[in-house]
Design a protein around this ligand. Structure first.
Ligand code: SF4
Ligand code: SF4
Length: 199
């Protein structure tokens, strides 16, 4: 058995330590808080990446993601090909009055369409106004911090490699077109000179 009153003395020591510690007052809103880079403030939507797969809405434990969409027929890419159908997003909204900031929707999104933003200044006086639609979710997307730099020895991410290849291909195509145009202009000039010499 421990010494009687040991717990009380320990508790009083903690109280005394806390009482003598200098208090710190956050000067918000005059000074913005220094938030951690991975702060869960609000969810941003990058709708170009959203394929309306509905995974986020299905996995959300609070059922607070509302998605509406319709199907659209896309003509075949090449003649004789098959028509395809794709989902078009009509509505994407999150009710932040219900959201518990668990991050499951962000984790499960297979297409990197949802991100945490540290933005937190969206309090409302009416709880019904905490359901935010896609335009607002997109605005928050621009407040998402850049991801940390990759390790120098890391493999190039697939999407960056694909984007680089596409950009290189486009640049090569544009250079070839410019060269063709320059050659055509040169030939035209030459033909004009020959014509002038003949007259
Ligand atoms: S953070 Fe959690 S509760 Fe909030 S919308 Fe995403 S899955 Fe739902
Ligand atoms: S999981 Fe991602 S891609 Fe699928 S509907 Fe949600 S945001 Fe869109």
């Amino acid at each position: 058995m421990g010494m009687p009153g040991k717990g009380l003395a320990k508790g009083l020591a903690v109280t005394l330590r806390t009482m003598t510690r200098k208090s710190v007052t956050a000067q918000y809103p005059d000074a913005q808080p220094d938030l951690a880079p991975r702060t869960r403030g609000v969810i941003g939507l990058f709708e170009e990446n959203c394929t309306v797969c509905m995974l986020c809405a299905r996995e959300c434990p609070d059922w607070c993601i509302y998605i509406d969409s319709h199907k659209e027929t896309v003509p075949p890419a090449a003649p004789g090909g098959r028509e395809r159908s794709r989902n078009v997003l009509d509505r994407f909204a999150i009710d932040f009055a219900l959201c518990m900031y668990c991050g499951i929707c962000i984790e499960v999104c297979p297409f990197d369409a949802l991100f945490w933003s540290p933005e937190f200044e969206y309090a409302e006086t009416d709880i019904r106004e905490l359901t935010h639609e896609r335009d607002r979710l997109r605005e928050w997307m621009w407040t998402v911090p850049e991801p940390p730099a990759l390790d120098p020895a890391a493999e190039e991410p697939k999407e960056i490699g694909a984007a680089r290849k596409a950009a290189d291909k486009l640049a090569a195509q544009q250079a070839a077109e410019a060269q063709q145009a320059a050659e055509a202009a040169g030939q035209e000039e030459q033909a004009k000179d020959t014509e002038e010499e003949g007259t």
